[in-house]
Design a protein around this ligand. Structure first.
Ligand code: SAM
Length: 229
């Protein structure tokens, strides 16, 4: 089925609101439904990309919980916390570790309007010591009940929506794609519009075909590929 102009318009409208300078890094979150729920919140808030440390195999998500959001929020995987944090710091992110065990700052007292990465820990153990040591700031969401902690996806959602609220109040949020680096905007819109063709291009190592402003591919592709979109 060809990509409908209405669908392309919708994809662009969503990408235009994405923010590359707000993200989450999850450290060994083991339950797929938790990771899926985190990605769903990322999508809802307008996070462009998320990051995860995985133990050995590829991280899986639950489509029923993610509601497809894993397709719209790219997840970068790392084998250890050090390389993940280094990558984020090189991109200018302030790293906020969620920590319930040490002295941490109430999240409502922090400014999340600059490049912000929230680091969330495993369901049972929380953040590792090495993760804690790498953080710029430790934060927590105050708890008033009998239970000591929130579900990790609820904590992620609370923090992300606070960052969104602060940004909306202080400087406004992207509306026309200004939150996405220009060099990746076209790449992402192509991947969203034509995931199968993008996969094929990557496989054979060719650049993505150009598309026009209605979202139509404007070059001839092999017939077998044309049948797939
Ligand atoms: N016993 C663990 C601990 O002490 O960290 C509890 C882990 S909690 C279920 C899983 C993750 O959710 C935490 O590592 C943190 O990222 C996040 N989280 C849960 N409650 C939180 C809170 N009140 N403030 C900040 N983050 C929280």
């Amino acid at each position: 089925m060809p990509l409908l102009p209405r669908r392309f318009k919708r994809l662009k409208a969503v990408l235009n609101c994405r923010m590359a300078d707000l993200t989450v890094l999850v450290e060994h979150v083991e339950k797929p439904h938790n990771l899926s729920a985190i990605l769903r919140s990322c999508d809802a808030v307008g996070v462009l990309e998320a990051h995860a440390i995985c133990k050995e195999s590829k991280i899986s998500t639950f489509n029923s919980t993610a509601q497809g959001s894993q397709k719209w929020v790219k997840l970068h995987e790392y084998s250890n916390i050090k390389s993940a944090v280094e990558t984020l710091k090189k991109s200018g992110f302030i790293i906020y570790g969620t920590n319930l065990a040490i002295e941490a700052k109430d999240y409502r007292e922090c400014d999340f309007t600059g490049p912000t990465a929230f680091v969330l820990g495993a369901e049972k153990w929380g953040l590792s010591q090495s993760a804690t040591d790498l953080m710029d700031e430790a934060i927590f969401i105050p708890m008033r009940g009998m239970v000591q902690s929130l579900n990790v996806s609820v904590a992620a959602s609370t923090l992300l929506f606070e960052a969104l609220r602060q940004r909306e109040r202080k400087k406004g949020t992207p509306k026309s794609g200004e939150g996405v680096p220009p060099e990746v905007y076209d790449q992402i819109i192509f991947e969203w519009a034509y995931p199968q063709v993008a996969k094929w291009c990557k496989l054979i190592g060719r650049k993505y075909p150009e598309i026009n402003d209605k979202g139509e591919i404007i070059e001839e592709l092999p017939r077998t590929m044309k049948l797939r979109y």
